[in-house]
Design a binder for this molecule. Sequence first.
Ligand code: COA
Length: 194
Amino acid sequence: MSGIHASHGSHGAGDRGAGDPAGDPAAWQPRPETAADTTAVRRIHLAAFGTAGEADLVDALRRDPSAWLPGLSYLADAPDGTPAAHALLTRCHVDEVPAVALAPCAVLPEYQQRGAGDTVIRALLEAARAAGERTAIVLGHPPYYPRFGFAPAAHRFGILPPQPWPDEAFMALSLDGSTPPRGTVRYARAFGID
Ligand SMILES: CC(C)(COP(=O)(O)OP(=O)(O)OC[C@H]1O[C@@H](n2cnc3c(N)ncnc32)[C@H](O)[C@@H]1OP(=O)(O)O)[C@@H](O)C(=O)NCCC(=O)NCCS
């Protein structure tokens, strides 16, 4: 399983020095990925995760038209224009009902803990809302994703993971305020989760 992380793993806090423009969340510029961003996206995931798994996963998802949702791959640029953060939503299903899966998300290590991840994920979820998506799911750090409105998927919504993942780490979010479908999540094939 790659691209999906549920641990409380260590996260090095970046220095938020006074006068550091990247310490201001408003400094991050979120935007959809373009054709010119493929290398930058790889660079972010390679650096953030320290392995090629997530970078390769993004490339595999991009090649799968049944998974890739144009406009739902987002970057956030640092004040100097460096692509610093990336977050991706791809097609998944809750039983047979379409939903979107948030994975992977990553920030270049030198820009972590300064709001870049927060900015890119909020912008991406807003884009998904605007595109008419109704339900998002994520397997991730339990303390991080509730700030975006995610809540434990099984306990709160009756949305079950495809594998026995920790309840508090497998989360769901209603993007439009409606009651999400109940059922078991099926990820895009590239995730290798069956
Ligand atoms: C996780 C990640 C995307 C967060 O982005 P970020 O820009 O560093 O974080 P933000 O500045 O938006 O948010 C900082 C907050 O997130 C929390 N946070 C960051 N990484 C965390 C982690 N691994 N576990 C739990 N909480 C985490 C911080 O404690 C901080 O909390 P606070 O606002 O209450 O002080 C980024 O740190 C990253 O790329 N990490 C390595 C790859 C990874 O783990 N990806 C996510 C897989 S689920």
